[in-house]
Ligand binder design. Structure first.
Ligand code: ATP
Ligand code: MG
Length: 417
């Protein structure tokens, strides 16, 4: 069989799967600590949802969607992002009727037809949060804080948080007019993409990565100078709170997001290490989206992070802290070791043990290879005495303890993540 995974898709296994789990475990813990609940939405939706939610004229809707007709002739799209589905669910289940503020997190696969390269795939995974129902700047700051902490806790350094306010609809309309005026006689010098953006979504010219566009944009009118008093106040408050949270950030007045629905606060967490794929986490406030989707005017804010990009930044191999290897020697210790392994497993340790009888050397080699932190050795003598030899593989220290104290002992030695 020479069928391979489809271009832009990949298998995640072994070390990468450990990383994937590690990231989602830490994310889950932080989100749950902040009182967010998980939402699991369908992988595919009616195409109209994304067209309306993400907006015609965006890269995603224009060229990146996996859209097809199902056997019932319905137009279906594999979800390219999470927010549109979350809003649909919020409205469909009338969540707004039951609670003042809704805080949700999600993670799972997304699909975009893009040119595959490092950190950019056609099927990739995102984790994200969405808060619906409040305009309070405390929430903007909380969301940015969680995103930053998450990456920090995973151990990623050299991150930069950039923040901007793009104001509300009116502010953007005013700004858009002036920006178009400014760009008008420079249009020919913009890159091809930006010439299209000029017509469809001119604000996106601001964050074009092409050198000649960057040069042109340098002298463009500044978006934050168009903010109303109220919008300014909101922005100032979010920055004040980020300082209280001790999150290092810089203001980037040219930061605009690719999606139509953002308003006021937008932010990105960026690394220099992934080239053009440098944005690891991105989000903002989207106060206009829910009414666009047919709901009552409801403010909202959220972010999404690319799990594969986080994985690429985790250069250290992640190992399971609670992994124990059991070595058994001789037929007599086989059943004894089996029961020992099960007891440890029930107590939440991850236990490795050979099925076949092998030499001490061969077993130790394997245990070392899977990065276990401890080896427990069960030989004939230990069975007779009802004792176990526990070896700390990092320090090489070895002690003999009573069989029935093993779980307690290991719990003392291994702190869970
Ligand atoms: P980019 O500018 O890199 O295309 P984007 O603005 O399209 O990103 P969002 O829609 O905001 O990205 O998605 C949030 C995050 O999801 C990104 O910051 C990135 O980490 C990740 N991401 C987006 N597209 C891909 C992809 N094709 N492959 C892997 N990760 C992706
Ligand atoms: Mg993109």
């Amino acid at each position: 069989m020479n069928i391979r995974a489809v271009r832009g898709t990949k298998d995640i296994f072994n070390d990468d799967a450990i990383k994937y789990n590690y990231i989602t475990e830490i994310a889950k813990r932080i989100f749950e600590n902040f009182n967010y609940n998980r939402i699991i939405t369908p992988i595919f939706e009616e195409t109209a949802l994304f067209k309306r939610g993400i907006g015609e004229g965006t890269d995603i809707v224009e060229k990146e969607m996996y859209t097809f007709l199902d056997k019932g002739e319905r137009s279906i799209t594999l979800r390219p992002e999470g927010t549109a589905s979350v809003v649909r669910a919020y409205l469909e289940h009338k969540i707004y009727g039951n609670e003042e503020i809704t805080k949700w997190y999600y993670y799972g696969p997304m699909f975009r037809y893009e040119r595959p390269q490092a950190g950019r795939y056609r099927e990739f995974n995102q984790l994200g949060v969405e808060v619906l129902g409040s305009k309070n700047p405390k929430i903007d700051a909380e969301v940015i804080y969680m995103g930053y902490k998450l990456l920090e806790k995973i151990g990623i350094s050299d991150l930069r948080v950039e923040i901007n306010s793009v104001g509300g609809k009116e502010t953007r309309l005013k700004y858009r007019k002036d920006l178009l005026k400014y760009l008008k006689d420079k249009k020919e010098n913009l890159c091809n993409d930006c010439q299209t953006r000029y017509e469809k979504n001119p604000l996106r010219v601001l964050d074009c990565k092409v050198e000649k566009c960057k040069e042109i944009v340098k002298k463009a009118p500044i978006l934050t100078e168009y903010l109303s008093e109220k919008e300014k106040k909101h922005y100032e408050e979010v920055k004040r709170l980020l300082n209280i949270y001790n999150i290092p950030f810089s203001e980037n007045p040219k930061l605009v997001r690719g999606l139509d629905y953002y308003s006021n606060i937008v932010f990105e967490v960026i690394t220099e290490k992934l080239g053009a794929q440098g944005t690891v986490l991105a989000g903002g406030r989207y106060d206009g989206l829910i009414s666009t989707m047919g709901g009552k005017d409801t403010p909202a804010v959220g972010f999404a992070a690319g799990i594969e990009r986080i994985m690429l930044l985790m250069n250290e191999k992640k190992t399971k802290k609670n992994r124990i290897g059991i070595v058994w020697l001789g037929e007599e210790s086989s059943d004894y070791a089996l029961l020992l392994a099960n007891e440890l497993r029930v107590n939440n340790f991850d236990v490795y043990m050979e099925y076949e009888k092998k030499s001490l050397r061969a077993q130790m080699k394997k245990i070392d290879k899977i990065n276990a932190k401890y080896a427990i050795i069960v030989g004939e003598e230990e069975v007779k005495e009802n004792k176990l030899v526990v070896k700390n593989l990092k320090t090489g220290e070895q002690i003999k303890i009573k069989r029935d104290t093993i779980c307690e002992y290991m719990k003392g030695e291994i702190n869970e993540i």
